[in-house]
Design a protein around this ligand. Structure first.
Ligand code: GDP
Ligand code: IMO
Ligand code: MG
Length: 427
């Protein structure tokens, strides 16, 4: 009953979509367990490029059943536009399963996300504006709308009314916006009910039965470890748990069932939105990483902030997720540098610190301590095995592995499915 968790080890956009798609051919179920359409996962198959936001990347593998777990927040309008976009390109999406307990991103959650960010001004988080935070806030406040609520008009009306009660006070009195009418929201949500019905099921039961029958289940995280609401750089985080424990709560599969936890790790570091980032570069090296790595957000089109690899973060990801493996991505992007700096520790108030500080202020003051590793100039995009890599690229990978605390079991040398060096099998 192999159950694998695949998650981002940094601030998201590590290449989770590519890694999930690569494994998708050998697994029976791919499950999203948290987040929503704030994610942007790029998958390149041959000359075709797909950008997935809400749907699990396994949807592109014909034998695989994609599942949206209870921990995900679902914007139905985004779901249907993503499904029809894939159908137009010949992808069969009929196997999709959606948990009846997943929460719905309502139009007022999107409004509240945008208005709150505007109100925060300089202190804004830089959210994706997709209503993610307000939807999770409603869930925790116990005024959320779940997928199953769409099948009882009277319950739905009562719940929307309860949710809008306080929000309309806030929108009209604090933010000077118009109130949102319950009837209008209920009508829009009911309009999705029948279209959603074929997909909605008890995904907890389905997944646990699948594991009992020795099927292979892969849990695909959105975002990354440092965007986790508990373990990330709070408050500059997303409002869910991308870390490994989230795979259990967000799917209803117990921790004793998880056999492998794979951290997707970029060979350098990127971040979108506000918040601390010790190795961030503001010079031509940062520009070069952005240009060569194509570091532009899949969801919002924002330029990603870029910096050197940070081993302190990688070690932290190993610890909080209990990682068994790393999948190192985008090694090819580093081709051409004579020397590559790698952050091995921080200097905080004149002291060397080896581990991620728990104090937010300390992390804001952390200065990277760099070790220089020799670079390589040979094109590595065609490399099929570790020994095909130039000596210095091999040494870079080995050094990262030693610093990061878990074996590097695969290496990405290009965006395509085939542009991967597999070292240890994941299954
Ligand atoms: P995700 O959110 O973690 O799925 O990552 P994104 O799709 O947002 O960003 C990763 C980007 O890097 C995408 O454009 C991928 O096609 C691309 N990519 C993934 N792995 C590699 C790799 O090994 N090399 C290169 N050059 N690009 C990669
Ligand atoms: P994938 O799955 C990178 C960031 C936003 C913002 C913060 C909160 O593609 O790796 P939210 O809209 O979630 O409330 O925004 O989190 N963020 C991401 N950054 N990749 C993502 O997803 C992200 N999803 C959210 O930029 O800083
Ligand atoms: Mg992304």
């Amino acid at each position: 009953m192999p159950a694998l968790v695949l998650l981002g080890a940094q601030w998201g956009d590590e290449g989770k979509g590519k890694a999930t798609d690569l494994l998708g051919g050998s697994v029976d179920y791919v499950v999203r367990y948290q987040g929503g359409n704030n994610a942007g996962h790029t998958v390149v198959v041959g000359d075709q490029k797909y950008a997935l936001h809400l749907l699990p990347s396994g949807i592109l593998s014909p034998g695989c059943t994609p599942v949206i777990g209870n921990g995900v927040v679902v914007d139905p309008s985004v779901l249907f536009s993503e499904l029809s976009g894939l159908n137009e390109r010949g992808v069969d999406t009929s196997k999709l399963l959606i948990s009846g307990n997943a929460h719905i991103i309502t139009p007022y959650n999107v409004t509240v996300d945008k208005v709150t960010e505007r109100f925060l001004g300089k202190r804004k988080i830089g959210t994706t504006g997709r209503g993610i935070g307000p939807t999770y806030a409603d869930k925790i406040n116990r005024v959320g709308i779940r997928v199953q609520d769409l099948y009882d008009e009277s319950i739905l009306t009562q719940k929307v009314e309860a949710a809008l009660d306080a929000k309309n006070q806030m929108l009209t009195k604090l933010y000077n916006r118009r109130a949102i009418a319950t009837g209008q929201v209920v009508e829009e949500l009911l309009g999705y009910a029948e279209k959603l019905r074929p997909y909605v099921t008890d995904t907890v039961l389905v997944l646990n039965q699948a594991l009992e029958q020795d099927k292979v289940v892969l849990f695909e995280g959105g975002q990354g470890t440092l965007l986790d609401i508990d373990h990330g750089t709070y408050p500059f985080v997303t409002s869910s748990n991308p870390t490994a424990g989230g795979a259990c709560t967000g799917s209803g599969v117990g921790p004793t069932k998880i056999t492998r936890v794979i951290g997707i790790l970029k060979a350098y570091t990127t971040r979108v939105g506000a918040g601390p980032f010790p190795t961030e570069l503001f010079d031509e090296d940062g520009e070069a990483l952005r240009r060569i790595g194509g570091e532009r957000g899949v969801t919002t089109g924002r330029d990603r902030r870029c910096g050197w690899f940070d081993a302190v973060i990688a070690r932290y990801a190993t610890r909080v997720n209990g990682l068994t493996d790393f999948f190192l991505t985008k090694l090819d992007v580093l081709t051409g540098w004579e020397q590559i700096p790698v952050c091995v520790a921080y200097e905080i108030d004149g002291k060397r610190v080896e581990e991620l500080p728990y104090s937010q202020s300390d992390f804001h003051h952390a200065k990277p301590v760099y070790e220089m590793l020799p670079g390589w100039s040979e094109d590595i995009t065609g490399a099929k095995s570790f020994s095909d890599l130039p000596k210095n690229a091999q040494a870079y990978v080995k050094a990262l592995e030693e610093m990061s605390g878990a074996p590097i079991s695969a290496i990405g040398v290009g965006p395509g499915r085939d542009e991967t060096i597999e070292i240890n099998s994941f299954l």
